[in-house]
Design a protein around this ligand. Structure first.
Ligand SMILES: Nc1ncnc2c1ncn2[C@@H]1O[C@H](COP(=O)(O)OP(=O)(O)O)[C@@H](O)[C@H]1O
Ligand SMILES: [Mg+2]
Length: 338
């Protein structure tokens, strides 16, 4: 029996910085009119959208006005950023009633963009963060990770076995860094979704079997009650709105420690998609919230044991940069299960 075709609602969703994230754009496009914005006219993920929009760069004063014009034209109910780069700009625009952005307050956006600020904030909230200091302050644990305060995509992450190596990397990495206990246990991500009032709707943990350039490319969804509860406490403590991915290690000495909080869809979007109950995928819940519906929290209600493994794909474009619709294999879909 085939599932009923998804209902495409009469509401717009504006996704910013879509880049290569074709899976996210196409998941939203099943349920709403999707406007994909990116400064790069060749951003592949825009081809999964109903409307492709090349917009000014984030620093440009015309960025927010350009997004606001798209919102008015396409009756957008939610603006959802797909990168870290414009979350704070969107948060301020939300506070000024200029955009219906599904992002936390600008204070939370700013604090989570700076990993040292995030560490201090987590500590204030009584949430577990690994021992972390700034360069020059005394270090209580070795080995340590020297990492940029405003890094992303696993850029310049340096493992230092002792004080000498740490000092070297602090000097070597050409941007503000922090020095954090190297966590020895397994790493997890918890993909969370919160409503407009900051209530956690769901928190779905997964293992990090393999990552590349900050993107998790293999992992398994797990029903770990401690991680589900931690995800909920983080997003409710930080008053997050919309999607948020919490990265955490389970260390043999200090136990759980949160190493990264990204108030956007994480690098492994398929995991919570596969795990969600029918009708409860994050894109569907966001589309319903964009139409003004209130969603009941259902934290911990998902299917575990599902593994994802990801790969690259591409599109052929003609001289006008329109997709030709051709592909290098027949569109027969995956082979049937054996
Ligand atoms: N304290 C730590 N201990 C061990 N590994 C770490 C630690 N901090 C970061 N890492 C490793 O580096 C990767 C990237 O670090 P992260 O803090 O997530 O920064 P970003 O994703 O913003 O670049 C993590 O996924 C993890 O594998
Ligand atoms: Mg990270």
């Amino acid at each position: 029996m085939s599932a009923a075709a998804p209902v495409k609602h009469d509401v717009g969703i504006l996704l910013t910085g879509v880049g290569k994230r074709y899976d996210i754009v196409s998941a939203f496009a099943q349920h709403a009119r999707v406007v994909a914005a990116d400064p790069n006219p060749l951003a592949p993920a825009q081809y999964a959208a109903d409307v492709r929009a090349t917009v000014p760069r984030i620093e440009d004063p015309d960025y927010v006005p350009a997004l606001a014009a798209l919102c008015a034209e396409h009756r957008v109910g939610a603006v959802v950023p797909l990168t870290d780069l414009d979350i704070e700009v969107l948060a301020r625009a939300r506070e000024q009633d200029r955009l219906p952005a599904l992002v936390p307050g600008s204070d939370t956006a700013r604090a989570t963009f700076d990993k040292y600020e995030a560490h201090l904030l987590l500590q204030r909230l009584g949430l577990p963060s690994p021992p972390t200091v700034l360069p020059g302050e005394p270090v209580s644990y070795y080995p340590v990770i020297v990492k940029p305060r405003r890094g992303s995509g696993a850029r310049s992450i340096m493992h230092a076995k002792d004080a000498r190596a740490a000092e070297f990397f602090v000097d070597y990495v050409d941007e503000p860094v922090m020095v954090q206990k190297a966590m020895d246990g397994p790493e997890f991500s918890i993909d969370c979704l919160s409503d407009l009032d900051g209530r956690c709707l769901n928190a779905i943990p997964r293992t990090m079997i393999e990552s590349r350039g900050g993107e998790s490319i293999k992992g398994t969804v797990i029903a770990d009650a401690e991680l589900i509860d931690l995800g909920r406490r983080v997003v409710e403590g930080l008053a997050v709105r919309g999607p948020c991915t919490v990265q955490v290690f389970r260390d043999s000495q200090v136990g759980l420690g949160i190493t990264d909080v990204n108030t956007r869809f994480g690098g492994a979007f398929p995991a919570p998609m596969y795990a969600a109950r029918p009708g409860h995928t994050y894109p569907e819940l966001i589309v319903r919230m964009a139409m003004g519906e209130r969603i009941e929290p259902h934290v911990g209600d998902f299917r575990s044991g599902i593994t994802f493994t990801r790969y690259y794909w591409q599109l052929e474009l003609d001289e006008r940069l329109e997709p030709t619709g051709r592909d290098i294999v027949s569109p027969a879909g995956p082979p049937p299960p054996r």
